[in-house]
Design a protein around this ligand. Structure first.
Ligand code: SF4
Ligand code: SF4
Ligand code: SF4
Length: 196
């Protein structure tokens, strides 16, 4: 006989969501897990609200968010609190409003993740003055997103190490191996060059 999989509780999903730093990521994680588990679909405000909220949150973490997404999320959350049939839907609405008490959601609309966790809103960059051209970052990058030429004795005119942003998946492996701390995280599309 196969053992039945236990459905996760709303409280447990909330605890796991809180482990994330960025409130938008917390809300997106919560909503994704809520939809996959405890949300039973028996009432419209919770069922439709959860689906719609998830789409709006996804827009924000992907850097495609607009003021309308933030307004819609507040409206959905209030409606869930007022009209959901059971505590699970009402609690979900409260959690969303709690995560929205800071300016972080609005900052995502403006293209910034203050916690530097939303991959579409951040970039890894190499500080040229700190790079010793060891090539460790290039060796570890599985996505071939780093260009550059390792230092060799008696050679001049090196091709400097640089991250190709279009190829970079923001996996973070390069930052872990750089012996000089020459790789940093910056807001996406930052115009200024990075320096020491
Ligand atoms: S509020 Fe409760 S009854 Fe309504 S869809 Fe959500 S989990 Fe189901
Ligand atoms: S973050 Fe990952 S994909 Fe991007 S350059 Fe570093 S190792 Fe490569
Ligand atoms: S690991 Fe660091 S020091 Fe080495 S090439 Fe990459 S950025 Fe430069």
């Amino acid at each position: 006989m196969t053992e039945q999989t236990k459905e996760p509780k709303v409280e447990d999903i909330k605890t796991a969501a809180e482990a994330k730093g960025c409130p938008v990521q917390k809300a997106l994680y919560f909503m994704t897990e809520f939809l996959a588990g405890p949300m039973c679909g028996r009432c419209f405000p919770c069922a439709m609200g959860s689906f719609e909220a998830r789409i709006r949150l996804q827009n924000l973490v992907e850097g495609k968010g607009a003021d309308a997404d933030v307004l819609a999320l507040k409206k959905i959350a209030k409606h869930m609190i007022d009209a959901s049939f059971c505590k699970k839907g009402k609690d979900t609405g409260k959690f969303i409003l709690d995560w929205m008490t800071t300016d972080v959601f609005q900052e995502h609309v403006e293209g910034r993740c203050p916690h530097m966790q939303c991959a579409s809103l951040i970039e890894y960059r190499i500080i040229p003055e700190k790079c010793v051209m060891c090539g460790d970052c290039k060796d570890v990058c599985k996505y071939h997103a780093i260009d550059g030429e390792k230092r060799k004795p008696f050679k001049a005119g090196y091709f400097p190490f640089e991250i190709r942003q279009k190829r970079c998946t923001r996996c973070g492996e390069c930052i872990k191996v750089c012996p000089e701390g020459a790789i940093i995280l910056v807001p996406a599309n930052m115009k200024e060059p990075v320096g020491v």
